[in-house]
Write a protein that binds this ligand. Structure first.
Ligand code: GMT
Length: 384
C-alpha cells in the first residue's frame, strides 16, 4: 500500500466530562488541524468538540429502547455503527478510548468487515479506570483481556497504567506508553484580577479542586486539608465539576465551613479561567492513571498537592512543581501546602516549574507519536 499523507480515522470515546473523553476529543481536533479526517463515533456530542470543521464529523450512536430489553445493548448498536461508518466513510483506522465496551465493539466490527473483505485495524488506548476499577471486576476480565490482546496496537497513558495492566491481566500484546497531553498555549491567559476578586475579594489564596466527584477522588480530603489551611492562612476553596459524591460533600461543607469560603461551580466547559486565578490545586485521589486535571493545573502555572499513587508521580515532581503524599495523609498535604502559601518566592518558583513541566506534555511532543503509531499500524495491517 502506498503510504498516505493523511488518514481517515474513527475515534470512539465516552463523550462526557471524564479525562478519557477530553483527551480523545482534543486528539481528534489536533489531528484534524494537521489535515487528517476525523470521525467521532459515540452516543452524544463530545463536550469539548466545539464547532465542527470541514474534516471533523460526528456520528451519533442512538440506542432505541425495546420493551423486551431490560438493558439496552449499546455495544451491539455501536458495533453496527462502526461497521457502517468504516464502510461508507472508507476509514483507514479506528482508535478506541477505553477497553469496555469500545475495544470489544471494535474487534467485533473488525470481524464483520473482514467477512466483507474490508480490513480495518484498531488501536486501543487504556485510560485507567477501565483497568484499575472496572477491570478488577472478574465479570469483565475475559472481555478486557481478549480485546487488549486482539487490538492491533495498545497504548496506556502512563508507565504506571502499563504495569497495572500487565499485573491484572494475562497480556500477550505489546503496550506502548503515550502520555496524556495538553495544548499549553491555550493556558497562557492574562492575569484577570477582576475575576479573581469575585472569589477572593480580600486577596485570599484560591485553592481549587476539579474532578467528577467519584469516590476515587477522595474529595472529602480536599475539605479536610482546606479546613486546616484556613486556620493558618486566608484562603477560599473552589470546587469545579459534579458527580456522585458532590451532594454529600456540599452538605458537609455547609456544616463545617463558612458559607463564603467554599464555592461549588459545577461543570464548566472550560476550566482554564478558574485555574488561571488559582494559587494551588489539590487532587488527593486514591488512584489516578495519569491525572489530566493535575496537568491542566501545571499548564496554568498552579502547583499541585496530590498523592503518590498510580501515574501521578509521572506528572507531578515532588518538591519541584508540587508535592506527593500518601493517600489520605491530610496532615502531610496541609504541611506541604503551607510551605508554599507561607513563602511567596517558593510559590513563584514552583509556579514557573509547573509550567516547564507541562511543556513536556505539550501536544507538539505527543501528537507525532500518535501519528507514527497510526501509520505503522495501518502499514503492518496492509502488509500482513
Ligand atoms: O478520573 C476519572 O474518573 C475519569 C477517567 C476517565 O475514564 O475519563 O479518567 C481516567 O483517564 C484520564 C485520561 O487518560 C486520566 O487522566 C485519569 O487519571 C484517569 N482516572 C483514573 O485513573 C481514576
Amino acid at each position: 500500500m502506498q503510504k498516505k499523507k493523511f488518514l481517515k480515522i474513527g475515534i470512539v470515546l465516552y463523550p462526557t466530562f471524564g479525562g478519557s473523553g477530553v483527551v480523545a476529543t482534543e486528539l481528534g481536533k489536533e489531528l484534524a488541524s494537521k489535515g487528517h479526517e476525523i470521525h467521532f463515533i459515540t452516543y452524544s456530542r463530545p463536550v469539548r468538540l466545539g464547532e465542527l470543521r470541514g474534516n471533523i464529523f460526528f456520528h451519533e450512536v442512538s440506542v432505541s429502547e425495546y420493551p423486551l430489553f431490560d438493558h439496552t445493548p449499546y455495544e451491539q448498536v455501536l458495533t453496527s455503527k462502526l461497521v457502517d461508518v468504516v464502510k461508507y466513510e472508507q476509514l483507514d483506522l479506528l482508535h478506541v478510548h477505553y477497553a469496555i465496551p469500545h475495544a470489544s465493539a471494535a474487534y467485533m466490527a473488525q470481524q464483520i468487515l473482514k467477512s466483507q473483505f474490508i480490513n480495518i485495524p484498531f488501536i486501543t488506548t487504556l485510560h485507567g479506570t477501565d483497568i484499575t476499577l472496572v477491570g478488577k471486576d472478574p465479570s469483565f476480565e475475559p472481555v478486557i483481556t481478549f480485546s487488549i490482546n486482539n487490538s492491533n496496537a495498545v497504548t496506556t497513558v502512563s508507565e504506571s497504567l502499563k504495569q497495572d495492566t500487565y499485573q491484572h491481566f494475562k497480556i500477550t500484546n505489546d503496550i506502548k506508553v503515550i502520555p496524556n497531553f495538553i495544548c499549553t498555549n491555550h493556558y497562557n491567559l492574562e492575569n484577570n484580577e477582576a475575576y479573581k476578586k469575585r472569589y477572593a475579594p480580600n486577596g485570599e489564596f484560591i485553592i481549587t479542586h476539579i474532578s467528577n466527584f467519584r469516590a476515587v477522588k477522595r474529595v472529602d480530603d480536599v475539605v479536610r486539608v482546606f479546613n486546616r489551611l484556613k486556620k493558618v492562612v486566608p484562603c477560599r476553596l473552589l470546587f469545579v465539576g459534579d458527580g456522585p459524591e458532590r451532594i454529600k460533600i456540599e452538605r458537609g461543607c455547609r456544616d463545617s465551613c463558612d458559607r463564603n469560603d467554599v464555592l461549588f461551580l459545577g461543570h464548566l466547559e472550560s476550566t482554564k479561567e478558574v485555574l488561571n486565578i488559582s494559587d494551588l490545586f489539590i487532587l488527593p485521589s486514591e488512584t489516578e492513571s495519569f491525572g489530566l486535571a493535575a496537568l491542566e493545573a501545571l499548564a496554568s502555572r498552579v502547583p499541585v498537592i496530590t498523592t503518590n499513587s498510580g501515574g501521578l508521580p509521572e506528572v507531578v515532581d515532588h518538591g519541584v512543581n508540587g508535592f506527593l503524599s500518601d493517600v489520605g495523609d491530610v496532615e502531610d498535604m496541609t504541611k506541604n501546602a503551607l510551605l508554599l502559601l507561607e513563602d511567596k518566592s517558593l510559590l513563584e518558583t514552583f509556579s514557573e516549574n509547573a509550567y516547564k513541566k507541562a511543556l513536556k506534555f505539550d501536544i507538539s511532543e505527543v501528537l507525532p507519536i500518535y501519528e507514527q503509531l497510526y501509520f505503522d499500524t495501518c502499514c503492518s495491517m496492509s502488509c500482513s
